[in-house]
Design a protein around this ligand. Structure first.
Ligand code: SF4
Ligand code: SF4
Length: 537
């Protein structure tokens, strides 16, 4: 392992681990985590793991790629990679993304504005391999060498050559899982290059062409979702049982007794939750049910396969899986005859069904899709709920902006209009809105427990968000003050839960996290007891 500045061509060397991670290099955190010894320690891989899995990028094995045993195996994998690379630049194979990808491959002013924007590069203390343009430069060299006419000859002349071998490809596979696809880099690039897209497209080669993907995203996520009905493994029958359980819980917590609409044909709205909510945070779908019932919204849930789980993990690594899931969601809506689909508090389901799948949802399949945030803002502003913001008086609240909802879709104000109406102590993180920082769990990271990857996710990917949370509450950081990070996204909540648990944030600082609807219900005067159960976790 070298301490020299890592070059792009070093990706192909056979000298073992390319970069060493040292926690002392990371940017220091604010109090009460301003001493390194107060942070959780990152664990190295065991010798057995190092032997079994490719980890020669930075000593982390997020994807858990088995090391090939023979040179023949390596050659087969290299050939598949190059075949996948060719398809990425073929209009018939990649008509959805080729235009933006070509622009990114052709133009880069090397200004490094993207690096300054990237929380992973910055918080790691400037690790060269995490620079957004480092990953893009690897791909740009591949593009110039293998896709452009005469490339193999010209790249040697211009010094843009890169040796393609299994060592390089294995490192690149891991490197695609050191980026949360937050696209903050793309937003800041003065010429419109999209280094987040580079990560996405590379992940596609690994999954669609080489069968290399993260188990939790593919087998547990997409495949289980399609076969059983939910990425959680919840069957339609179990979903209905869960709804009955939640109806009882709502009655117990609020005194409100009502049946939740399931499979109600002709309802105005199909409400599509992330099914993880039913299991991990049932108070979120419960709060939705309370609000929609009180506001008199005509809506339904679905018990069809996939109809009760809005997640779409294909978004992060595989276009084919994305399309399969998106089409099932639309078919469910068509079958029920609803006027529109409303997406619950799940950022990536917003992006998958409204923005990315938009390219395949044409004609009959173009059923309107809306964010729950705009619907909720309309409900709150309409006066249909009896709200008293003083019921949230004792809680300092800040808002985490999920990248997919805010930066990608531009939904910035509705959630703020709601918070201003229900939370007297609402305050903004810096920066926020479209300039927000990712929670650190984007692009599937939040559900990837592999080897020592969670340590990296807490210490590097989530570091910026932890810093923002500590900064915004710095004047009331002591445990005597109740604080709440409102994160209207199931995936972000999963990451914040793990991040807070790793650093003991609730115990040390009394900072809770949760969704937006729970805070709305907490302000509803029809409900006697506070809906937020502060010590629930
Ligand atoms: S998408 Fe986000 S995490 Fe990935 S390189 Fe760009 S700024 Fe960094
Ligand atoms: S901001 Fe854009 S032009 Fe500048 S280095 Fe990054 S990708 Fe290249």
């Amino acid at each position: 392992m070298s301490s020299k500045k890592v070059k792009v061509t070093d990706m192909s060397n056979n000298q073992g681990q390319l970069t060493e991670l040292n926690q002392a290099d990371f940017l220091p955190l604010p109090p009460p985590y301003d001493k390194l010894e107060l942070e959780p320690k990152m664990k190295p891989l065991t010798p057995d793991q190092r032997q079994r899995y490719e980890c020669d990028l930075d000593g982390i094995a997020a994807v858990m790629i088995p090391r090939p045993k023979t040179e023949e195996e390596k050659k087969v994998l290299v050939d598949k990679f190059l075949s996948g690379l060719t398809k990425l630049f073929n209009k018939e194979d990649n008509w959805t993304f080729i235009q933006a990808l070509l622009l990114t491959m052709e133009y880069c002013a090397k200004c490094q504005t993207c690096s300054t924007a990237c929380p992973i590069f910055e918080e790691s203390g400037g690790k060269e391999i995490y620079r957004p343009s480092y990953r893009a430069d690897v791909m740009r060299r591949l593009y110039k060498k293998y896709i452009k006419p005469g490339g193999k000859f010209f790249t040697k002349l211009t010094g843009d050559d890169i040796e393609v071998n299994w060592e390089m490809i294995a490192r690149l596979a891991e490197l695609t899982y050191r980026c949360t696809l937050c696209r903050r880099c793309a937003q800041t690039c003065p010429i419109g290059a999209d280094n987040g897209l580079v990560t996405h497209e590379l992940r596609k080669i690994f999954s669609q062409e080489m069968g290399i993907s993260v188990k939790q995203l593919h087998e547990v996520g997409s495949v289980q979702h399609i076969q059983k009905g939910s990425s959680t493994g919840m069957t339609p029958l179990a979903f209905k049982d869960n709804v009955e359980f939640m109806e009882d819980e709502v009655k117990e917590r609020t005194g409100m007794e009502f049946k939740w609409p399931i499979d109600k044909a002709g309802a105005d709205v199909l409400l599509l939750h992330n099914a993880g909510e039913f299991l991990a945070w049932p108070e979120n779908p419960e709060a939705f049910a309370i609000i929609l019932e009180a506001a008199g919204i005509s809506y339904t849930l679905s018990s069809d396969l996939l109809g009760y789980d809005g997640v779409n993990y294909g978004l992060w690594y595989d276009d084919v899986q994305l399309a399969r899931v998106a089409l099932k969601h639309i078919e469910t809506a068509k079958k029920l005859g609803v006027k529109k689909i409303v997406l619950g508090e799940c950022g990536h389901s917003h992006k998958a069904l409204t923005v990315i799948a938009d390219r395949i949802l044409t004609g009959d399949y173009n059923i309107p899709r809306e964010s729950s945030l705009t619907l909720l803002a309309d409900i709150v502003k309409s006066g249909r709920l009896k709200l008293d913001k003083s019921r949230n008086e004792d809680i300092y609240v800040t808002l985490h902006d999920p990248c997919n909802v805010v930066r990608l879709m531009g939904i910035v104000e509705p959630q703020r209009e709601i918070l201003r109406a229900i939370s007297p102590k609402f305050r903004e993180m810096t920066p926020h809105g479209v300039e927000n920082y990712c929670c650190g769990g984007g692009s599937g990271f939040a559900i990837m427990p592999n080897t020592n990857f969670p340590d990296w996710r807490h210490s590097v990917a989530g570091r910026k968000k932890l810093r923002q949370v500590l900064d915004v509450f710095q004047d009331v950081i002591g445990p005597e003050h109740k604080k709440y990070v409102c994160a209207p996204c199931s995936n972000c909540k999963g990451q914040i839960r793990e991040l807070f648990s790793a650093y003991g944030v609730f115990e040390r600082c009394n900072i809770l996290y949760g969704g937006l609807v729970e805070l709305i219900v907490n302000a509803m005067t029809d409900i006697e007891k506070p809906f937020l159960e502060w010590d629930w976790h």
